[in-house]
Design a protein around this ligand. Structure first.
Ligand code: SD4
Length: 339
C-alpha cells in the first residue's frame, strides 16, 4: 500500500498516484480505490466520487460529494425535486459513516438541498448521531445551509396532483430499465408519473484502504407525514466497518429496517461471505419473513469488502448499481435477483 505522504508526493509531481494501466490489470482482490452506488443515477454520482478518490482523497469526501450530485439535480428522484409526502411536502433523510465508525444522520428534514452534508455536520460537530425534523433544520440553518422555498418541482407537482385523485399509498416496486452504458444517465419517471426509485446509496474504499458510505433519499413517495424509512438509519440503510466492508440499501425501507439490513450484510461478510453472497443472504431473509408478500416489494443491497470486491442482490428483477474503479471504468451492473 502506498503511504499517504508518498501518495500525495506523487500527486504533486503531476503523476497519477497510480499507474491506471497497471492498476486495471491488478486482480480484483486488490482493487482500490473503488466506489459503487445504487441505481443508474449512480453513474453520475460515481464520477464526482471518483474525482476525489483518484486524487488520493478520503472515501468520506468521495461519498459525500458523490451523492450531492444526485441531491442537486432538481429533476430527480432524490432531493428537493422529488415527490412529496401525502401532505404535499418533500421531506428528506440521509446518513453518512466513516472508517472510524463515526456516523451522522438527519431525517424528516425539509427545505435543505443537501441533507447528506447536514448529516456529516451532525457527525462532526455534535455529540449526537441523529437529528430530525425541525431540530435538524434549525441545526442546518445555524451551520449556514440556505433554507430553500417550500415548493414542489413542476414534475413532482404534477405527480402529486395525480396521486391526490385516489390518495392511495401504494409504493411502486422500484425497478429500473436496465441500461448498460457509461453515458450520462438521468433517472426517468414511470408512465404514471412516479419515480422508479427515490434513493442513492454509495459505499467507497479510498487509496489508503479506508471505507465510508452515504445514503440519501426523499423516502417513499406520498408516505405518511413523519414516516422514516431505512435510509437515515445506521445499520439499516447504511453500514460501514473498516475491518470488513460496507453496504447500503434501497427499496422498501420498512423491510430493510426489519432485518437491520446493511449491518447484517457486513456481519455476513465478516463471516467470510463475498459481498454478493452476503447481499443475497440478506435478501433471502426478507423474503422468508414476507412470504407471499415478498412479490409486492423490492429491496436491493450493494456491498464492497476490504479487498475491493463488490456485489449486489435484490428481491426481483430490475435493480441495478453503478461501479467505478478507474477513469474509464464506470458502468452499470444488473443486480442478481431471487423472485
Ligand atoms: C425508503 N429506502 O425511504 C427508501 C426508498 C428507496 O428507492 O430506496 N427508494 O424506504
Amino acid at each position: 500500500m502506498l503511504h499517504r505522504r508518498r501518495f500525495l508526493q506523487l500527486g504533486s509531481l503531476g503523476l497519477s498516484a497510480f499507474s491506471f494501466s497497471s492498476f486495471r490489470s491488478m486482480p480484483t482482490a486488490s482493487r482500490k480505490p473503488i466506489v459503487i452506488s445504487t441505481w443508474d443515477a449512480g453513474i453520475e454520482a460515481n464520477k464526482a466520487a471518483w474525482k476525489v478518490l483518484r486524487n488520493g482523497g478520503r472515501a468520506l469526501d468521495a461519498v459525500e460529494q458523490g451523492v450531492m450530485v444526485t441531491e442537486s439535480s432538481l429533476n430527480c428522484c432524490v432531493g428537493l425535486g422529488a415527490n412529496p409526502d401525502r401532505d404535499g411536502h418533500v421531506t428528506l433523510d440521509a446518513c453518512i459513516m466513516d472508517e472510524h465508525a463515526n456516523c451522522g444522520s438527519v431525517a424528516f428534514l425539509e427545505r435543505i438541498k443537501h441533507p447528506i452534508s447536514v448529516a456529516r455536520r451532525v457527525m462532526e460537530k455534535t455529540p449526537h448521531v441523529m437529528l430530525v425534523g425541525e431540530g435538524a433544520q434549525q441545526f442546518a440553518v445555524a451551520e449556514g445551509f440556505p433554507l430553500e422555498l417550500d415548493k414542489l418541482s413542476d414534475d413532482a407537482k404534477k405527480s402529486y396532483e395525480n396521486w391526490l385523485k385516489k390518495s392511495e399509498y401504494k409504493p411502486v416496486i422500484n425497478i429500473e430499465n436496465s441500461k448498460k452504458s457509461t453515458a450520462a444517465v438521468v433517472p426517468t419517471r414511470l408512465e404514471n408519473g412516479d419515480w422508479n426509485h427515490d434513493t442513492i446509496g454509495m459505499v467507497a474504499m479510498d487509496a489508503q484502504g479506508n471505507l465510508s458510505g452515504s445514503c440519501t433519499t426523499s423516502g417513499m413517495a406520498f408516505k405518511m407525514r413523519g414516516r422514516l424509512g431505512d435510509s437515515p438509519i445506521i445499520g439499516a440503510g447504511l453500514y460501514v466497518d473498516n475491518e470488513v466492508g460496507a453496504a447500503t440499501a434501497t427499496g422498501q425501507g420498512e423491510d430493510v429496517i426489519r432485518i437491520c439490513g446493511t449491518h447484517l450484510v457486513v456481519e455476513l461478510m465478516r463471516q467470510g461471505l463475498s459481498p454478493e453472497n452476503a447481499c443475497k443472504k440478506a435478501v433471502e431473509r426478507i423474503i422468508r419473513i414476507k412470504g407471499a408478500k415478498a412479490k409486492e416489494i423490492q429491496v436491493g443491497f450493494i456491498a464492497i469488502n476490504k479487498r475491493g470486491e463488490y456485489g449486489g442482490y435484490c428481491i426481483q428483477k430490475g435493480f441495478n448499481f453503478a461501479v467505478c474503479y478507474a477513469d474509464d471504468k464506470n458502468f452499470l451492473v444488473d443486480g442478481k435477483y431471487i423472485l
